[in-house]
Design a protein around this ligand. Sequence first.
Ligand code: IPM
Ligand code: MN
Length: 351
Amino acid sequence: MYNIAVIPGDGTGPEVVVEGLKVLEKVSKIHGFEYETTTFNYGGDRYIETGTVLTDEEVEGLRKFDTIYLGAIGHPDVKPGILEKGILLKTRFALDQYINLRPVKLYNKDFCPLKDKNEEDVDFVVVRENSEGLYKGMGEFKDKGTKDEVATQISYNTRKGVERCIRYAFEYTRKRNKRKTLTLCGKTNVLTYAWDLWQRTFEEVAKEYPDIKTDYAHVDATTMWFVKNPEWFDVIVTDNMFGDIITDLGAMVQGGMGIAAGGNINPEGVSMFEPIGGSAPKYTGMNVINPLAAVCALSMLLETLGEDAAAKNVEDAVIKIVKNDLKSLGAKTMGYSTSEVGDMVVANLKA
Ligand code: IPM
Ligand code: MN
């Protein structure tokens, strides 16, 4: 029996989460597991009504669940940063979800913006550190508002934080068992404190994984290779900020935000899964947003619960639909409505 916390969130988040839950219901019956969901109204609307973003007690309350399923956070009437920091980042940090796992997999070459690249060429995973770096929120203003103002923003990297992320990435590369190559993506030529620590740690941990090939790419070059030679990558490990940036590019290379999913993972605790696109407020209630990213997030959630067969069943259904039915992965241009695509996933599950 799994206890699942559901946070539909803002904008189109609730619409795509409904489709994911439809798929969950069916796949649980096929694979014979039981679950219970508890829905939380955390998000922009509640904040506007009550002034509460997410209290410490509420985030602590999420600890008692087996996993968390999230729609989207971000509201047009709330100043940028309040909900993102107060809900999304607060949960990642409080539950120590120190890995942000983002698969970049092309399911239909027709949706790839890269010329002459096919499904085999775009199939890699980014392991983004999710608890430190520039996201730590360290820094200050000096002489704010004056012409001598200085703003600093510090990238905070601990040996322990870096090592656990790198170790996770090596383990993941081994388990994935594809090209058995782990690439460290950094900026050792300029950021000579942070990336010195990352590189030293990477080289040390690598000695424990002689079966894994290692590689290094600067982050700027990484964006170039994503476009030019995505087939070079298997698993990439990087820090919080670089991971944030390169995974948006990754989402485009795999066909669009309509398919991109991610997991905020605490391997020893409670993880949270989400479509990586935003809340797309202008499409709210129009039933036009692609729910497949949320469905892919559900597949990742199931895998983390240990329901591997169910996870694969869901992913295979998504692949079929993306290969055979959809006209695109974008909002309004899929050829079907949000709920129709959810129904198609359910219909394509193997009994
Ligand atoms: C993401 C998002 C978040 C991030 C924002 C909304 C805080 O862009 O999940 O990639 O920067 O991590
Ligand atoms: Mn991002």
